[in-house]
Design a protein around this ligand. Structure first.
Ligand SMILES: [Zn+2]
Length: 498
C-alpha cells in the first residue's frame, strides 16, 4: 500500500509522461498502485486491473478504464507476416497489440527490485542510435520465432499459433522426461506437484509433444531475431538449415512471446528457467538494487559473464533440472548468460580467466557486404562462430566428454544487426543467413555423432525487434527531470526517492 506522498509522486510522473506532447514517444506508463493492482496509462486513456489466484493460476479483471484502454487488444496474431509488418511500421497504440499484457505486467512488479513505474517506448520511437528496438510490450518487440523438430516433436508444419518464453524450459523438461521438482512452485508462487522446475511459471507446450522422450536437445537462441524476418528469409530459400528443421517439425507462425521487459538478460533467463523476469532475480539488463542501492549493469562484460549471481536461489535452470533427474549428464551453454548448472559454459571460461580466443580472419558464414561496413557485425560474427565451435566441440567430444544431453547455443549477431539496420534492413537479413549457416554446422556435428534420431532441436529468440522511425526521436528526459518528485530514471525504470 503506497503512502499519500508516493501516490502523489507517481501521479505527477505519470501526468508528465502521458502528456499529449509525448503521445508518439510514450506507449504507456505502468505502475502497481496497490497489492495485486496494476495500472497502464497513456496519453489517450488508462486501465486499472486486478490479479487473483484461482486453482494455481492467475486471473485478471479490469477494475476501471478512462478514455481508450491501452491494453484492450492483446492479440498474438497482429502483424503476423513480414509483408504486413513492413506495411504497418510504427503502429499507433490503437493498431498495436499487447500479448499477455496483464500477466506480463503483473509478474514484473513481483520483482524485489521492480521500479515504482516503467515508461514504455512506442513502437516507432527512436531513443538511441539504433534503427531496431525492443523492450516494450507491443507484439513485434515481444515476438521471437518458435520452431521445434526432431525426436519427440510432432510434425505439424507451420501453425497459426504462438507460445510464451516462459513455456520453453518446461517444454524441454517434459520432452526429456525429467522428474517433477519435489518443492516445485507454480505460476502463483504456491506448491505445484507436477512442476518440472523449481519455479515454473509456464507449462509444457503439449501441442507439439508426441510423447516420445528425447535423449538429447539442442537449442539455438537467435538473440533479438524478428520472427517475421526469419520466416521471410526461410521462404526465400536463404535459411536452408532452419527450413530443414521446420519441415520435419512444427513452426508457430505467431511466434514466441517474451515477458516484460522484452530485453536480453531478462528473457534469456526466463527461457532457461521457466520463471518470469519478476520471479527469476534477473529483472532486466539494469535495475536498482533496493537493498544495496547499487545498479547492476549486466551489459558490462565483467558483470555479464557472472550475471547469474543474481539468479534467485528458488529458481532452477534447465541445466540444474537435468542434473537432478539424470545425475552425471553433460550439458553445454555456449555464450549463454543463464548458464548455472551447465557442465560447460563459454562464460565459465571467461570467469575462470581463460577467455576463448575469437577467430581472426577465419570466421565462417560471414556476409561480405555487412562485414565490410560494420565493425560490430564482424566482431559479433566472431563471437557466434566461437559459440557454434563450442557446441560442435562438445558433440565431437574433443575433451573426452559424454555427448551433451542439452546443448544451449546462443547467437548474438541477429540482435546486433537488427539494432543496426532495423529488422527490415539488409544487415538483419544477412545476420539470419549467416546464423543459419552456423546452425547447419552444428546440426551436421549432431548428425556425425549418429544420434540425430534421438535429438530434438529448438530455434527461438529472447525477444523480437521492431523497425523504428528515425524522425520520431523526441526524448522525455528533460521534462521528467523537472518533476518535483525526487526519482532515479534508469532507462525508463523510475524509482522514487523516498
Ligand atoms: Zn536480446
Amino acid at each position: 500500500m503506497h503512502s499519500d506522498s508516493t501516490r502523489a509522486a507517481l501521479a505527477e510522473i505519470e501526468s508528465i509522461l502521458t502528456d499529449a506532447s509525448f503521445g508518439r514517444q510514450v506507449e504507456m506508463v505502468l505502475s502497481c498502485p496497490d497489492t495485486d493492482t496494476y495500472r497502464a496509462a497513456s496519453s489517450d486513456g488508462s486501465v486499472t486491473f486486478r490479479r487473483e489466484a484461482v486453482d494455481g493460476r492467475y486471473r485478471y479483471a479490469v477494475a476501471g478504464t478512462t478514455g481508450l484502454d491501452p491494453l484492450a487488444d492483446r492479440s498474438t496474431a497482429r502483424f503476423d507476416d513480414h509483408r504486413t509488418e513492413r506495411a504497418s511500421r510504427f503502429p499507433a497504440r490503437s493498431d498495436n497489440t499487447y500479448p499477455h499484457g496483464f500477466d506480463s505486467i503483473a509478474q514484473f512488479f513481483d520483482g524485489t527490485h521492480a521500479p515504482d513505474a516503467v515508461v514504455l517506448h512506442t513502437a516507432g520511437h527512436r531513443f538511441n542510435e539504433h534503427l531496431g528496438q525492443h523492450g516494450s510490450l507491443g507484439v513485434v518487440q515481444a515476438r521471437g520465432p518458435f520452431i521445434a523438430a526432431g525426436r519427440g516433436i510432432r510434425n505439424l508444419g507451420p501453425l497459426d499459433r504462438s507460445t510464451r518464453t516462459v513455456h520453453v524450459a518446461p517444454t524441454i523438461a517434459a520432452l526429456m522426461g525429467l522428474n517433477p521438482h519435489p518443492h516445485g512452485v507454480g505460476a502463483d508462487g504456491e506448491h505445484r506437484p507436477d512442476a518440472l522446475l523449481r519455479r515454473q511459471d509456464g507449462d509444457p507446450e503439449a501441442a507439439i509433444l508426441s510423447g516420445d522422450r528425447a535423449e538429447h536437445v539442442v537449442v539455438f537462441l537467435l538473440d533479438g531475431c524478428n520472427a517475421n524476418l526469419l520466416h521471410d528469409v526461410m521462404s526465400a530459400g536463404e535459411a536452408p538449415n532452419i527450413s530443414a528443421l521446420a519441415e520435419r517439425g512444427t513452426q508457430y507462425r505467431h511466434g514466441l512471446m517474451a515477458s516484460l521487459p522484452t530485453a536480453t538478460l531478462a528473457n534469456h533467463t526466463t527461457a532457461v528457467t521457466g520463471a518470469h523476469p519478476g520471479h527469476s532475480g534477473v529483472l532486466h539488463n539494469r535495475w536498482l538494487d533496493r537493498g544495496t542501492g547499487r545498479t547492476p549493469d549486466l551489459l558490462e562484460l565483467d558483470q555479464m559473464i557472472s550475471a547469474m549471481r543474481h539468479l534467485d536461489p528458488c529458481v532452477e535452470t534447465i541445466f540444474q533440472a537435468i542434473q537432478r533427474s539424470r545425475p552425471g549428464a553433460f550439458s553445454t551453454a555456449s555464450f549463454e548468460f543463464c548458464d548455472t548448472g551447465a557442465s560447460f559454459s563459454s562464460f565459465g571460461l571467461l570467469r575462470d580467466g581463460h577467455p576463448p580466443t575469437l577467430p581472426e580472419g577465419r570466421v565462417s558464414h560471414l556476409d561480405a557486404d555487412a562485414a565490410a561496413t560494420s565493425h560490430a557485425y564482424r566482431f559479433m560474427s566472431g563471437v557466434d562462430h566461437t559459440s557454434a565451435a563450442h557446441t560442435i566441440a562438445a558433440w565431437e567430444r574433443t575433451e573426452g566428454n559424454p555427448l551433451p544431453a542439452l546443448s544451449w547455443c546462443s547467437f548474438a549477431l541477429t540482435d546486433e544487426a537488427g539494432h543496426e539496420s532495423g529488422p527490415h534492413g539488409e544487415a538483419a537479413r544477412a545476420a539470419v543467413r549467416d546464423t543459419d549457416g552456423r546452425i547447419g554446422d552444428v546440426v551436421a556435428a549432431v548428425e556425425r555423432s549418429g544420434l540425430i534420431d534421438r535429438t530434438a532441436f529448438f530455434v527461438i529468440a529472447d525477444h523480437g525487434m521492431e523497425q523504428c522511425d528515425p524522425t520520431n526521436d523526441l526524448l522525455w528526459n528533460d521534462a521528467l527531470g523537472e518533476a518535483a518528485a525526487p526519482h532515479l530514471d534508469l532507462d525508463g525504470f523510475i524509482y522514487l526517492r523516498r
